[in-house]
Design a protein around this ligand. Structure first.
Ligand code: FMN
Length: 368
């Protein structure tokens, strides 16, 4: 099925961290508690979202005071929902593949095949130092993540699995039971540096990248898809966007301006400094945050850059444009999560589906 034929998928960021998705002192009707997140997940699955993504951070980041652990929090959300898939962030280093494979296979059984993972390779050195974890240099972190993913896939799909890597080893190991999902639990990855893209083109099911313009995203996507093709591998693409949908464009722009005007300058600058250990530290100098301005960093995955800010019609048109450059999934963040997820489901999503249907008719007419 071509990109144009398949409907675009929607995911949302689970606010399992206090302070929401923007590093700003603006009022946010969003809460990191379990109770709020259960209500949000139930609203999201009713509103047409297929996935939710939890975040992992061992030390508070972006000036946030509290953050729940990703795998157990994901399981908590899955227990209270019916259709939603929850993607738990996992950090190789603190997580070892043997434990991750076993733990996730069990959650897959408990939730009828609705857990997924996002393998994050790490960019925050202070976090690794604080918990006594080794800090391999940038590309080695991706080499380790690739071994991590190959190990999980091996353990989840084979009996008597053996692997002799630099970071991980398995000898004649059989996991039982295997996960419910076949061929295995879905594997997402975060990151957009050269090393991250190359890993995606070899092993990941999904590649998640920071917010960006359609033209910049197209460059990344073409690069990954070309390499993936050469490796006989298929990878789907998810892009981050901080969505501000309001009845008028002026209202939406005013909200964006208020978020930026109320930015926590010290926390944004500290975050900007920490991101220098991401793709910017490589010889290519490419990757997430390598070109981010102060304003971009106020949403910590460059979500304003995707520009899903405006009226429902404007946003729907831009989503369809993202699809036309090869995006399969929009990962969304919101200021006031529950109410905005509901507004999105009611006002924006039906327009996206209408535009997709129109495009579909054009494609069919051309091929008739
Ligand atoms: C959608 C998305 C979600 C991410 N979630 C996390 C996370 O929960 N915890 C974390 O430490 N890093 C997270 N990351 C960071 C990436 O895994 C990676 O370390 C970072 O983007 C640097 O990438 P680069 O070195 O390829 O530029 C996320 C990245 C993206 C794009």
């Amino acid at each position: 099925m071509s990109v144009q034929e398949k409907n675009i998928t929607f995911a949302y960021w689970v606010p399992n961290v206090s302070g929401g998705l923007v590093v700003s002192n603006i009022e946010q009707r969003t809460d990191w508690s379990y109770d709020y997140n259960v209500r949000l997940a139930q609203a999201a699955e009713k509103s047409g979202f297929d996935y939710a993504l939890t975040q992992i951070r061992f030390t508070a980041g972006y000036n946030a005071e509290n953050q729940h652990e990703s795998v157990s929090f994901s399981h908590g959300i899955l227990a209270k929902t019916e259709k939603l898939k929850v993607i738990a962030a996992i950090l190789p280093g603190p997580w070892k593949p043997a434990l991750a494979a076993k733990q996730l296979a069990t959650i897959d059984h408990l939730t009828n095949g609705r857990i997924a993972i996002n393998v994050v390779s790490g960019w925050f050195r202070g976090e690794f130092d604080a918990i006594g974890e080794e800090w391999p240099e940038h590309d080695q972190r991706y080499a380790r993540s690739e071994e991590f993913i190959r190990s999980l896939k091996g353990v989840w799909t084979q009996d008597n699995f053996s692997f002799d890597g630099k970071y991980y080893q398995f000898k004649d190991y059989t996991l039982s039971p295997k996960p419910v999902q076949k061929p295995h639990i879905e594997i997402f990855q975060g990151g957009s540096s050269r090393a991250a893209r190359d890993m995606a083109s070899r092993v990941s099911d999904w590649y998640f990248t920071n917010g960006n313009t359609p033209a910049e995203l197209k460059k990344q996507i073409d690069d990954i898809r070309e390499k993936a093709k050469a490796n006989n591998h298929q990878v789907k693409i998810g892009v981050n966007a901080f969505i501000i949908a309001r009845d008028t464009e002026e209202e939406a722009q005013a909200v964006l301006q208020a978020i930026i005007d109320n930015a926590n300058t010290e926390a944004v600058n500290a975050f900007g400094d920490a991101t220098r250990e991401a793709g910017a530290s490589t010889k290519e100098g490419e990757g997430n945050w390598a070109k981010s301005t102060f304003e971009d960093l106020v949403q910590y995955n460059d979500g304003f850059k995707t520009n899903l800010i405006g009226t429902p019609q404007q946003i729907a048109e831009r989503i369809v444009e993202l699809k036309s450059v090869g995006v399969d999934l929009v990962l969304s963040g919101f200021l006031h999560f529950i109410e905005e997820v509901e507004y999105f489901g009611e006002k924006v999503l039906p327009l996206v589906r209408e535009l997709e249907a129109q495009q579909q008719q054009v494609v069919q007419a051309k091929s008739a």
